[in-house]
Structure formats: structure tokens, C-alpha cells
Design a protein around this ligand. Structure first.
Ligand code: ADP
Length: 397
């Protein structure tokens, strides 16, 4: 049996088809620029990469393209060969603590929560609806980015604002990237030959979006993203932490709420400082002497370092710091900069191991291990889905 995992963004669908037994990816692919003039379908199968330009107007059409490709490549003939379809859903509010089988009520709840993640959940819902239309009788499971963080204590997830905002309007820290933080934490536990429940970890997921999580005895106890993915560390185009009074100051100057929201989400972060949001481009500009790019890099690492310090205090001792995501896995200079001068906390990065991109980049003396672990947000759901499938569909009731 096979499992399809879909990650639907506002204008993209990432997908991966896995063989359940071996958990091997049979194909991974991406449809980008849905609804734009030139969409692209790229996929990786049998060590070959393919890229096709096409016109794809809707998520429904995108899924048809994916299913046609799966059939043409001989990977599945009909949707009935699928054991289930897993969907990444960004926001599960306080309702969803674990992956959940989607039925009408669950879908209605995900829709209801959408106002908490207006830039993300609607796209996830489009993916669910498109997949349901295509594979009506195949179980669909939602895997929530927020679920792993539901173990945070109230003193970490509550904002110091009127309590009614939380009770009546759901204003609190939810946290995101949960699947990735959990996946790399488990990988680290395997590497360290210790049970996850015995470890204190700081995980840094640094992609276009970025978040840092404090994991105590295997459970998320604090995380840098908040009610939305805007809070926390500096990101490609998102500001991360800022004084909320800046927003009202700008409003009084005549900026609309929409303009400010767009600027903080899409025109801030690395891009806001040096007009480039891709880390490789920022590094290139900085190396060529661009002072704003150099400032952006310094700010990026400085803000990460503050979270490493804060979460070390939260955890009262750290076994390992884990870097993941496109930047965490590849940008050695960023890893070095945010761990610099932390030997007083038992954190020492080995320059050579770091430049080489070793798995363990800490020195032998470093009390805290520093690890670089490739995330696999698609694989983690497979393991979970396999377990859910066994529980829901194979065990006698
Ligand atoms: P997403 O959040 O979209 O999944 P990724 O995890 O793929 O993003 O991370 C994208 C980021 O990783 C980009 O800023 C990109 O420049 C950066 N990145 C990828 N490869 C490298 C590299 N070799 N060196 C530095 N940064 C890199």
C-alpha cells in the first residue's frame, strides 16, 4: 500500500508518495505558481529530476496533474491503491493535539480555525477538498503544524494581555513547524542513543519561515512562533519579534492595517533589510561587500542567539542544539555565528566539522552537542499515518 502526503500552499502543492512498508519515497514533487501565467511541475523519481511548464489554474487541476503523473509513471493506477492521503494543515488551534482523520466535522473545525491562519489554512483546505473530490473513499488525515506544541504550559503560551482575548478570541501562542521540530528531535535521540524523554533540546528550523523550539524531556515547552508564524526569529520576508506599538504608530501615520500586515509578512526580515530574502543571495551580496546584506546576516544570527540563550535558561540545561531547514542544514556561517562565544554555556562548534557540514559539528569538549539534521516533514507524517492506519483501520474495534 502507498501513502500520499500533500502540502498545499497558497500557490503551490508539494507532494510525496511513499511505500508504506519500506517508507521509501517513490516520488517527490512540487507544483508551483498555481493560478499564475506559467505554472511549473517538477518532480524527482528514480534519481531523475523532471520539470514541466504548464498552465494550472486551481488546486483541483494541480491534483489532477499529480495523479496523472503518478499514473503515467506507473506508480499508482487508481486512487484506490492509496492507503490514505495525509495533509499538512498549518493551524489546528487548541482542538487538534495529534494527526486526525478528516470527516465533515473535522473539516468544519479546520475552516472555523482559519481566521487564526488566514494565509495558510485556506490553502490547506483547498488541498483537502481537491483530494477528497479525487479520492472520495480514501481516508484523509490532517497533520497539524501546531499539534506538537500543545504541550506548552500556560505560562509559556499565554500573552500578557486581557484574559478575555484568550478565552473569547483564542489569542495565545500556538507555535508551528511542529512536525519538523519533532522529527529532528527524534533523530537526535537516536544519534545520542538516549530516549527522547530523557533529553533537553533546542531545535532551530531555519527555512524561509523559521522557528526555534525548547524541548524538555521530549515535549515542546516553548517555541518562537506565536499565534501566527509572524512572531519569533528573523525570517526570509517576515519580521519576527517587534514592538507591537510600531503598528499603531504607523497606523496613525496613515498606513492601513492591510499594508502593514503585508509588509511584516512579505517585505520584512532579510528582504526588508537588504532586498533579498533567499539566504544564498544575501550571503552572495554580503561577500561582495553589500553592507546592508552584512547587517541582515548579523541581525539574523544575533536574534537566533538570543533564543538559544533564552531557551537554555528555560530548559535549565541543554543536551543538544539541532539545526535544520534549508538554512540550518546548509549555512555553516550562520550556525557558527549563532553559537559563537557560547563556550561559557558549554556550547562549542568545531569550525572544520561545521564547514564540512558534518552531522555532529560540536567539539569533543562541548558539553552541548550541536547537530545538523536534515528535516523530513513529509516522512514524519508517513510514520504517524502508518500508526494511525493500523489503529483505525486494521485493529478490530
Ligand atoms: P521552506 O521554508 O520554503 O521549506 P527551505 O527549508 O527549503 O525553505 O529553506 C530555504 C532557505 O534555505 C533559503 O533561504 C535558501 O537560500 C536557504 N539555503 C538553501 N541552500 C543553501 C545553502 N547551500 N547555503 C545557504 N542557504 C541555503
Amino acid at each position: 500500500m502507498k501513502i500520499l502526503v500533500l502540502n498545499s500552499g497558497s500557490s503551490s502543492i508539494k507532494y510525496a508518495l511513499f511505500e508504506m512498508q519500506s517508507k521509501a519515497a517513490l516520488i517527490t514533487g512540487l507544483i508551483e505558481r498555481i493560478g499564475e501565467q506559467a505554472s511549473v511541475h517538477s518532480y524527482h523519481v528514480d534519481s531523475h529530476d523532471s520539470k514541466l511548464d504548464m498552465l494550472i489554474d486551481t488546486h483541483q487541476q494541480g491534483l489532477t496533474v499529480i495523479f496523472n503523473a503518478l499514473s503515467e509513471l506507473g506508480l499508482i493506477e487508481t486512487s484506490t491503491e492509496l492507503m490514505c492521503i495525509g495533509h499538512r494543515v498549518v493551524h489546528g488551534g487548541e482542538y487538534f493535539h495529534q494527526p486526525t482523520l478528516i470527516d465533515e466535522q473535522v473539516l468544519a473545525k479546520i475552516k472555523q480555525i482559519s481566521n487564526l491562519a488566514p494565509l495558510h489554512n485556506p490553502a490547506n483546505i483547498m488541498g483537502i477538498e481537491a483530494a477528497t473530490a479525487y479520492a472520495e473513499n480514501i481516508p484523509q488525515v490532517a497533520i497539524f503544524d501546531t499539534a506538537f506544541h500543545q504541550t506548552m504550559p500556560a505560562y509559556a503560551y499565554q500573552y500578557a494581555v486581557p484574559q478575555a482575548w484568550y478565552i473569547e478570541n483564542g489569542v495565545r501562542r500556538y507555535g508551528f513547524h511542529g512536525t519538523s521540530h519533532f522529527y529532528v528531535a527524534k533523530q537526535a535521540a537516536d544519534y545520542l542513543h538516549k530516549p527522547l524523554a530523557a533529553l533537553n533540546l533546542i531545535t532551530l528550523h531555519l527555512g524561509n519561515g523559521a522557528s526555534v523550539t525548547a524541548i524538555s524531556q521530549g515535549k515542546s515547552v516553548d517555541t518562537s512562533m506565536g499565534m501566527t508564524p509572524l512572531e519569533g526569529v528573523m525570517m526570509g520576508t517576515r519580521s519576527g519579534d517587534l514592538d507591537p506599538a510600531i503598528i499603531f504608530y504607523l497606523q496613525r501615520l496613515g498606513f492601513s492595517a492591510e499594508k502593514i500586515e503585508k509588509a511584516l509578512n512579505k517585505e520584512s526580515g532579510l528582504k526588508g533589510i537588504c532586498n533579498a530574502n533567499d539566504m544564498r543571495a544575501v550571503q552572495k551580496k554580503a561577500a561582495a561587500g553589500d553592507e546592508l546584506a552584512q547587517l541582515a546576516l548579523a541581525m539574523y544570527s544575533y536574534r537566533l542567539k538570543k533564543y538559544i540563550g533564552a531557551y537554555s535558561a528555560v530548559l535549565g540545561g541543554v543536551d543538544a542544539i539541532i539545526f535544520t531547514g534549508g538554512i540550518g542544514e546548509n549555512a555553516a556561517d550562520i550556525r557558527q555565528a549563532c553559537c559563537s562565544d557560547l563556550s561559557f554555556m558549554g556550547i562549542e562548534v568545531d569550525k572544520q566539522a561545521n564547514q564540512q557540514g558534518d552531522y555532529n559539528i560540536s567539539t569533543d569538549n562541548s558539553r552541548v552537542k550541536v547537530l545538523v539534521i536534515a528535516t523530513n516533514e513529509e516522512l514524519e507524517p508517513i510514520k504517524t499515518l502508518s500508526r494511525i492506519f493500523v489503529l483505525c483501520f486494521l485493529l478490530p474495534s
